[in-house]
Design a protein around this ligand. Sequence first.
Ligand code: SAH
Length: 260
Amino acid sequence: MSGRLTIIGRLTIVGLGPGDDRYITPEAREALEAAEALYGYGPYLDRVPKRNGQARNPSGNRVEGTRAQAALRHAENGVHVAMVSGGDPGVFAMAAAVCGEIELGPEAWRALEISVVPGITAMLAVAARAGAPLGHDFCAISLSDNLKPWKLIERRLDAAASGGFVIAFYNPISKARPWQLGQAFTRLGRHLAPDTPVVFGRAVGRPDETMIITTLDEAGDTPADMATLVIVGSPETRVIARSGKAPLVYTPREAAVVSA
Ligand code: SAH
């Protein structure tokens, strides 16, 4: 025994949910309060209540690797660090970026206490607003071709649609990626009927939330941006019209249609 106390650093990766503070879990709240330093994309950090003595390190949207490294280096000094993510940190977000840096980084990073605190992902928040579109088998695809080739996305679109999955699109469109969403709808049209229900949920849980229910043949003309999550139904998905109320979109628990 050297008599010296070694304090093991901690990195907790915390999901904040899609926007409404009521979607932040008690576990996430506790983790945020316990942290000595916070890291994350600026607008997400802004959603965390300020606490005296807690250092804040906001960063830009596109620097996930650098942000993860900075947080890990900070934790390495025996500090309790929290990294925040919108929605769930494991869904197209920081938890995988942190794991990637740990795998490639120094041995000391493997000794850190790492924990991931789940959050409500955008897909679940949008689905809940629409009814139950994810009631049967579904999958999630990021339409961003920054980190993977477009050809691979097309292959996955074909596989998902021909397999009868409901599909949730994250990162549907951005200024730098204006055509991908339209192209994805066209591609899905090879497998799915024009009247397949499509849900657009924008900024769900925030004051400017909007929900649009449309069909695959009209979806290309529906506005979307980076704050939008799109759910494309399967051949089983149905829309229940209701007088004076928003329709209910749902996918029944049982499946009968066998896609070609
Ligand atoms: N980790 C996040 C997803 C990050 S990818 C999560 O689990 O939700 C970013 C994408 O998530 C956006 O382009 C959008 O498609 C979706 N998104 C995030 N917040 C949203 C919200 N409040 N409403 C609708 N979509 C949202």
